[in-house]
Design a protein around this ligand. Sequence first.
Ligand code: GLC
Length: 752
Amino acid sequence: MFAAGTMLFASCSTSPESEMDAFIDDLMSKMTLEEKIGQLNLPASGEIITGQAKSSNVAERIRKGQVGGLLNLKGVERIREVQKQAVEDSRLGIPLLFGMDVIHGYETIFPIPLGLSCTWNMEAIEKSARIAAIEASADGICWTFSPMVDICRDARWGRIAEGSGEDPYLGSEIARAMVRGYQGDGMKRNDEIMACVKHFALYGGAEAGRDYNTVDMSRQRMFNDFMPPYKAAVEEGAGSMMAAFNDVDGIPATGNKWLMTDLLRNDWGFDGFVVSDYTGVTEMVDHGMGNIQDVAALSVNAGVDMDMVSDSFMGTLVQSVKEGKVSEETINTACRRILEAKYKLGLFEDPYKYCDLERPAKQVFCAEHREVARKIAAESFVLLKNEGNILPLQKKGTVAVIGPLANTKANMPGTWSVAAVAQNIPTLVEGMKHALGDKVNIITAKGSNLMSDAAYEERATMFGRSLGRDNRTDKQLLDEALRVAAKADVIVAAIGESSEMSGECSSRTELEIPDTQRALLKALLNTGKPVVLTLFTGRPLVLNWEHKNVPAILNVWFGGSETGSAVADVLFGDVNPSGKLTTTFPQSVGQLPLFYAHKNTGRPLAEGKWFEKFRSNYIDVSNDPLYPFGYGLSYTTFEYGDVKLSANSMDANGEITATVSVKNTGKYDGNEVVQLYIRDLVASVTRPVKELKGFEKVFIKAGETKEISFKINVEMLKFYNFDIDYVFEPGDFDVMIGPNSRDLKSARFTVK
Ligand code: GLC
């Protein structure tokens, strides 16, 4: 058994770093080459399946010291048992890391990350990660494969659901908050776990939005738009990074030395370890980078330290060292990084630090955590339309909740909820009943299947998340729904995607609501009763028809385990919605990639025009989104005053304050996300027409006015130029402030 504080030999220095170095030096001096390579091996436990390959005879390999950690094993008893095997049965007793995809909660599930990002509330986002860490660590997990910080501007890509949307500034702030939430005060406590930032890098730029597809982008786009959140997470002290499946500049990230060593370590100073994604190492054979031995050598030489599930490090690196393809020093470096992570997590001091059998009953899925999740879920919802203020509903009469998402447990948490216990999760109807008690009579019907194409539905509801294809015909389902609707005062349509229509390997070429559900919606509208669309989705959808025909649309994303109660809280006015989109909703999938921070081009359209020959536009659809980045309605209204600047110019060391007044002109108190955008009008490279550079979420009482100020300095005006130097260039800038990226008040200033 190890006691890191017990020096195995006398040491003169006392700094924690040197204590760790001395401890690891001593340990590594005892290890064989094979045992060092064993630390680089991360097999799957086989319990929770998140990829195609399976790992075999794991127990035997743990005993032989050929395993550095396990992924996706659930249950503190099981983990304690396996840790005991490692510590007591292997020659050196090196403890294992236990990692899991705790992406937006453990058993208490928070909104999918794209939903979380729409809160624009860093404190809430950090809190969600903190609670996830408490629950996961209570159940034996010390390492989470989160935050996923991949920027994405193409809603066809299903994993847009797992990230924080299209903007690098907001994405960076969220990345920092998640790392803080997971790692707490340096992973000393047994409820602090190591973060793993993914997927490094550029995975969200997959061509055509098709998962695992090639990524090919300029260095300009990389460094100005896609890299900032990874860098922010590294600056926040993330303990590990995960390599992306895709290639970068023609070399797969998993074998890309420029990415993993030159940029990540030498430029950014990252001092943790890099793990491949699931079989990412051997997938480089399919990328065309060589045979298994070649790609394993390429990967570890590039700076990837741990091999998830492919067994290629364990299977080939001893041979590669013998053949001089990989140096022993490289193996030592990778092994040291893994041992350092274990040391920093306190596993040498106490291998059972995360194995307190008493904790789960007290801390996992507890009422306190669920209450927080309910609040955050309500804050993540985005009110897209509310014609005639049909919302909030009154707590009286009969409400019919109709749709395939009304009575499903497994689909409420959303994608990447691997630890969720579906039977513990209230359905939408159950949650609404719990929240409303006997004040409202809730009746319900399924109304339709998820879609007419059963094979597509099968693909869209993997992992046992099926909504249960009904053996009744569409007509029978619809007739039942109309009978239920006839008894109601108001209809809440629970409609949208299933949870696995987004997430990994869930790219779509069309982004409408599935056909049978659109038909159901039409039939419900034809009853003439008020209809509120409660939209479940893991991505931006094309909602032109819904926007035109449905009076109220509340986008609830997948709100997590407490969705039902949170939906009731918002629909019936206990919570005034404040969510704002962090990814653009297009009019047509043909517009993608579509994002607010676009370039002006040499042929921009004139303001207010949507077509002009020989200008940059389409002949069938305007360039505008249906709903822009930053958009979201409230039950109240906010009026913005003009932007006032403390000065119209400054020098490079100066600072200008931009201030607006925001008045709550409605009858509900509410939260408003005031957004600051800046445009660099002239520069050495083409610059976006605007970029988010600040935001503030403020609570304003009905009738009240608040002054919101932002300080602007040249640090905020920097960008990566043609030579990828991070520079500021003097000149004129527009500062724009408003409730979203479209409706903005503007003022101009100059920096000399
Ligand atoms: C998956 C995902 C990655 C996840 C890993 C382990 O393929 O790409 O995000 O952390 O495998 O489940």
